[in-house]
Design a protein around this ligand. Structure first.
Ligand code: F0G
Length: 459
């Protein structure tokens, strides 16, 4: 069994959390319409809903908060932020936003025309929604191994190069304004993309004259996997690997709530000056002046410092080690998980966990609800509830490749003891799995974002 890699920090401030009782959780679930997004966080014991904006900032970041310069234009923290983003991405133009999805909105509303296609390994749900809202067509081209929860592949987030080439040949650069790679591939299990794959995608994009962007939310975790798993990188430093990764792309969108270890923030960065004026105009319209973009000066400072801290190798070894540790505990208990474990989360294979519940009865959501009921742990379904969509013409339901439940680990928040409690609880539920029932959706059936607000009931 993997040993737990001790935290490369000690705890200076604590936030109490409370265990609730099962009867109370039953009432809360009913009131929440069996949608865990509706549960008050104070009624959650261990919150693994997301790793986004839930990390613990360091003393250095909190000290940076005190140096916030809240001038409207060109505050001093903007220069630190701009420099930090430029030094990581090598990009000339940096656009701050208050979340990653705003960067997506600004980019796609600027470059997309109706019917245009945007390939990705796997689009995250907000990216998909922003492309659709701007008349575009999101296309997922992850390698086949990336869709097989059991198969070991060191870089399951890789893009299928042949499929990408075929799509580019068929639709041409005129109809494909940008190709994206999501690092790590969140919707596919937090799986990394290899440097070789990034390089090859770049070559294909060059051949067809199409720009390449990263969805860079978890760039440091991706770099750590490259160092661990890819030939030729074991003696490179993380910042060197990060710089090489970004050297192959023309731009990126980023949610700083992940690998900048802050509670709010995001940005876009790129080299093409033609994008600058329309992007800035849109930014001013919906976020703010280009030196703050919806953030306070203090937030810009925390991001600038977080972007440096996240590239520390001891931190990344502990971080990725925590995810692996939880995965190993679950596997030892017989729980079917997506393998290998990714960078920010363990994903349970709900179809295998609950084979008696069919996909139209949302086995993943049943698992999520029951895990909260039994143990006060909040997780999220990434499967039929989130993604299954009715075809508008044939009315046929299209299901995603996998039905998963994500246990996302906030950065620097939970200890090994917490993870053992989570593993014990999931294993206990697994032993009693035969009694779990399927669910049905009561409203918002056809919304692509229904998982955030739809109400459900048990069958
Ligand atoms: N891209 C990816 C790959 C993401 O994982 C997320 C957010 C976004 C874009 C959007 O960023 O939240 O700052 O607007 N993912 C969170 C999650 C919400 O739980 O995985 P945002």
């Amino acid at each position: 069994m993997t040993k737990y890699i001790p935290e490369p920090f000690r705890i200076k401030v604590v936030e109490p959390i409370k265990r609730t009782d099962r009867t109370e959780r039953g009432t809360i679930l009913k009131q929440a319409g069996y949608n865990i997004f509706n549960i008050p966080s104070e009624k959650v014991y261990i919150d693994l809903l997301t790793d986004s904006g839930t990390g613990a900032m360091s003393d250095n970041q909190w000290a940076g908060i005190q140096t916030g310069d809240e001038s409207y234009a060109h505050c001093r923290n903007w220069y630190h932020f701009e420099q930090a983003v430029q030094s990581i991405t090598g990009m000339k133009y940096v656009i701050p936003t208050h979340q990653g999805r705003v960067a997506e909105n600004i980019l796609f509303s600027t470059i997309l025309k109706k019917g245009m296609i945007v390939p990705n390994n796997n689009h995250f749900d907000t990216t998909r929604a922003n492309i659709l809202a701007n008349g575009g067509v999101p296309l997922d081209l992850v390698i086949d191994d990336g869709k097989d929860p059991e198969k070991y592949h060191p870089f399951k987030g890789n893009m299928d190069i042949d499929k990408l080439e075929a799509v580019l040949r068929e639709h041409g650069p005129g109809n494909i304004p940008v190709v994206f790679i999501t690092i790590t591939n969140n919707s596919g299990g937090g799986q990394p993309v290899s440097m070789e794959n990034i390089r090859r995608v770049r070559e294909v994009c060059d051949r067809f004259g199409v720009p390449l962007f990263f969805d860079a939310c978890r760039f440091a975790e991706n770099a750590y996997f490259i160092k661990q798993r890819e030939d030729g990188y074991s003696s490179n430093s993380i910042p060197e690997i990060v710089r090489e990764m970004f050297s192959y792309v023309d731009g990126c969108t980023m949610s700083a709530k992940k690998d900048a270890i802050v509670n709010i923030g995001g940005f876009m960065a790129f080299n093409d000056i033609r994008l600058l004026a329309p992007v800035k105009e849109k930014l001013i319209q919906i976020e703010g002046f280009p030196s703050y973009g919806g953030l306070a000066g203090r937030d810009l400072e925390a991001i600038a410092r977080g972007l440096v801290e996240v590239q520390d190798e001891d931190y990344l070894a502990y971080r990725v080690g925590q995810v692996r540790y939880l995965g190993d505990l679950l596997e030892e208990g017989g729980v079917p998980i997506l393998k290998p474990t990714g960078g920010h989360a363990v994903y349970i294979n709900a179809l295998k966990f609950l084979p008696h519940i069919s996909r139209d009865q949302f086995p993943g959501q049943s698992l999520v609800v029951n895990l909260y009921l039994e143990a006060g742990i909040r997780t999220v379904e990434v499967g039929s509830f989130m993604f299954a969509q009715k075809d508008p013409i044939t009315s046929e339901i299209k299901y995603p490749d996998l039905d998963l439940v994500r246990l996302a680990l906030p950065r620097r928040v939970y200890t090994g003891g917490h993870l053992e409690y989570v593993a014990d609880s999931v294993i206990r539920l697994y032993k009693n799995r035969d009694g779990l029932r399927g669910m049905r959706i009561l409203d918002h059936h056809d919304s692509p974002l229904r998982h955030f607000f739809a109400q459900l009931s048990f069958l």
